[in-house]
Write a protein of this length. Structure first.
Length: 107
């Protein structure tokens, strides 16, 4: 299993609008490509972290599963629209992906 983490910083005063857009994307694209609520976790900064920071964790079994979801996403017009609408809400250059592997401490 892998955890794909999308990290993005949101411009000051734009968090409410950003969250509204993310919810729209989840309904219009995320659900269609098979992203379930049990596979994802979303966080925003609170104490000791930048309040503008959002982290989206997505659990996938293989890296090919992740690639398949990305390949499917680009087929939806709503995904391209999302990118255009998000541009004025995010800090330029802040968006990036990190991939993690879970570690089982109890063998």
């Amino acid at each position: 299993m892998f955890i794909a983490r999308w990290i993005i910083d949101v411009r000051f005063g734009k968090k409410d609008e950003f969250e509204k857009k993310i919810k729209e994307w989840d309904r219009e694209v995320g659900e269609k490509v098979g992203i379930t609520s049990s596979q994802q976790r979303i966080r925003t900064g609170s104490i000791g972290a930048m309040e503008s920071r959002y982290e989206f964790d997505l659990e996938v079994e293989t890296l090919q599963d992740l690639q398949d979801k990305w390949d499917e996403m680009v087929k939806y017009e709503a995904h391209a629209k999302f990118g255009d609408e998000m541009e004025p809400l995010v800090v330029p250059g802040s968006s990036h992906w990190e991939i993690f592997r879970p570690v089982d401490l109890r063998d």
